[in-house]
Design a protein around this ligand. Structure first.
Ligand SMILES: Nc1nc2c(ncn2[C@@H]2O[C@H](COP(=O)(O)OP(=O)(O)O)[C@@H](O)[C@H]2O)c(=O)[nH]1
Ligand SMILES: [Mg+2]
Length: 363
């Protein structure tokens, strides 16, 4: 019996061989579904065996990953946009060397991660590329760095795609409710175009026989498969073309632009557009403001600026470890609760403008 990897390779070969047209559309859609199903099985198996368990804790500061081929200037960029004293040196996680730094911008802080360069063939295990890419599942923004000598991002985008990371894409607008009986009912809301028969056969490929699937946007097989699997992550990305000081730059820029991308033209050597890059990074990540109010007095402190999705625990941790260790409860007045001074626990997610008061155990 062929291994999962071999089976996937074979199916991918079949797609490459098949000309895409109206007649082969269904065939290709079903193969894509088969591949996605095999990948899911593979992923589940590798998780059981411990997996490639690098994991970045979310916390209150957004994480930004610098991703690209070797030698394009990722480490130079880290040095230019972060504070000189913020780089703690490489830290080793499953022996993957990642250099973190802190970028301060206005009243916000960002964690910048300088990742090892990714070379072509990463998914086949070349240069630990899969581990590097899997780190990115938990970042808030991916900055893809290119230079005039390595300017084609296609293989990097493919690697991200393979790891279930969708860049600059929104989650599919659809819902799947599985049932015990009643067959498969695919319905649409609003104006959305898709091939019903094709979506039905993809659903069956995933063993979905009894379900109500509601679709709220136009669907390609790829988008539909993403929606069925529901385990994709959707992350914004920025593109940089570094070394704008070199004579080869112009041609490379033309190529990158021909892909429909709008990269930031950067030169670390000439210190060009570094401030623009910092501004763009800050602008791509959703931040919220939380007021920490002491229990016994009004506060005139500036609000904390934290990443969207932070919990009370994230905020407490950032103030003092004691805030988590001795946490009794917190009260919030603001958008994340239904009434003023509502009691919440550590797992509660804060929202923009919340007033938060933390009560600690004595002793
Ligand atoms: N000409 C030029 N060289 C640069 C620029 N930025 C970085 N480099 C050089 O490119 C090489 C690789 O840089 P590095 O930051 O180590 O790349 P990394 O492997 O992506 O981390 C070094 O020799 C840098 O001095 C730039 O803006 N212009
Ligand atoms: Mg480097």
């Amino acid at each position: 019996m062929p291994s999962i990897d071999e089976e996937i390779k074979q199916l991918e070969g079949e797609i490459k061989k098949t000309q895409y047209n109206k007649a082969t559309e269904h065939h290709i859609g079903r193969i894509k579904a088969k591949i996605a199903r095999l990948e899911k099985t593979r992923e589940e198996r590798s998780k059981k065996g411990g997996g490639t368990g690098f994991f970045i804790k979310k916390g209150i500061y957004p994480s930004i990953g610098l991703l690209g081929p070797p030698s394009v200037g990722k480490s130079s960029i880290l040095n230019s946009i972060t504070n000189a004293d913020s780089r703690v040196g490489a830290f080793d996680f499953t022996t993957l060397s990642i250099v973190p730094g802190v970028m301060e911008y206005k009243d916000m802080r960002f964690r910048i991660l300088d990742l090892p360069g990714v070379i072509e063939g990463a998914h086949e295990g070349k240069g630990r590329g899969r581990e590097v890419i899997s780190v990115l599942r938990n970042v808030d923004l991916i900055v893809i760095v290119l230079d005039p000598f390595k300017f084609d991002p296609s293989y990097i985008l493919k690697e991200l795609q393979r790891e279930g990371i969708r860049v600059n894409q929104k989650p599919p607008k659809m819902s799947v409710i599985t049932k015990d009986r009643g067959g498969l009912n695919i319905t649409k809301v609003g104006k959305s175009e898709f091939d019903l028969e094709l979506l039905e056969s993809i659903s069956r490929e995933f063993g979905i026989i009894n379900a109500d699937i509601i679709i709220r946007q136009s669907m390609t097989p790829d988008i539909f498969i993403d929606g069925i699997l529901g385990n994709r992550v959707y992350i914004p990305a920025l593109f940089i073309l570094n070394k704008s000081d070199t004579p080869e730059f112009k041609k490379a820029l033309e190529f990158v632009e021909s892909l429909g991308l709008d990269p930031i033209a950067l030169s670390i050597v000439k210190r060009k557009n570094i401030e623009l890059l910092r501004e763009k990074i800050a602008g791509k990540v959703r931040m919220i403001r939380v007021h920490l109010i002491p229990s016994n007095a009004p506060s005139d402190e500036e609000p904390m600026v934290v990443r969207e999705g932070s919990t009370v625990e994230d905020v407490c941790k950032a103030v003092h470890t004691e805030f988590v260790e001795k946490f009794k409860f917190a009260t919030i007045t603001g958008r994340s609760v239904r009434f003023p001074n509502q009691r919440v626990g550590l797992e509660h997610r804060v929202q923009d403008g919340d007033n938060l008061t933390v009560f600690l155990r004595k002793g």
